[in-house]
Design a protein around this ligand. Structure first.
Ligand SMILES: [Zn+2]
Length: 236
């Protein structure tokens, strides 16, 4: 059982499951290969998986939005120069007691960095890859044609037809794995669960109907203390 409100360093882990409602881009094919274009890959056993880095990147972004909505000053990721502790060009109330992670002078890190880390502060949350529970032998590969869009010219580029490998449409594929918290602040669990609820799709192609999902998350006791803490963002 998991106790997110624990402040001590033992690792607490809890299981999360993404249920994919529609065909999901697996990322094979000719599109230029940033990780954002490849929300799903296969491991050496052929299982489909959602890389941990996909989940962590999206979740950090959603948690940043929630914290800003609660009036906390939050740095700009992922550029290290605009993240804590540098925060080049950023204005905001970053020197508040909740941001002081040690007694060293000037050692202030925003709430998000205290969970997800930055170049000088270790992440307190570790993500597993989310692995598809369906036997790969039961998953016929589906090829969906696409064209490369030139974003600048807003035109389809000639001769750049490619194929996306997608998971089969109209099945409810389940991808499951764990999140591990170690030494995380008391508000981390509440913020992470809220952030996950804001991820409704993964991958670059959600506008074409790929990758809509919902989450099955652990039932946790309502962490009133965590929300009371987060509400302090309004006390500036
Ligand atoms: Zn920060």
């Amino acid at each position: 059982m998991i106790y997110l409100q624990q402040l001590s360093n033992p690792i607490t882990s809890y299981q999360i499951t993404a249920v994919i409602k529609s065909a999901l881009c697996v990322g094979a094919g000719g599109s230029s290969g940033s990780l954002a274009d490849k929300p799903i890959v296969r491991n050496s056993e052929g299982n489909l998986l959602i890389p941990a880095s996909q989940i962590k990147g999206r979740l950090r972004h959603e948690c940043e939005k929630i914290a800003r909505g609660l009036h906390w000053s939050i740095c700009d990721s992922p550029n290290p120069q605009t993240m804590c502790p540098q925060r080049a060009g950023l204005i905001g109330n970053f020197e508040r007691p909740e941001y002081q992670v040690s007694s060293d002078e000037g050692n202030y890190h925003c709430l998000i960095c205290q969970i997800f880390g930055n170049p000088v502060l270790a992440s307190r949350v570790i993500f597993d890859d989310l692995i598809c529970t369906e036997d790969p032998d039961n998953l016929p590969e589906v090829l969906r044609p696409g064209v490369t869009i030139n974003r600048r010219r807003r035109t389809a580029e000639e001769n750049k037809l490619y194929f996306l490998e997608t998971s089969p449409a109209n099945t409810q594929l389940r991808f499951t794995g764990q999140i591990h918290l170690s030494g995380a602040p008391s508000y981390a669990g509440a913020l992470i669960l809220a952030g996950l609820q804001h991820i409704h799709a993964l991958g670059a192609s959600k506008s074409t109907g790929l990758g809509w999902l919902h989450w099955e998350l652990p039932k946790l006791p309502l962490e009133q203390a965590a929300w009371d803490f987060l509400a302090k963002g309004f006390e500036q």
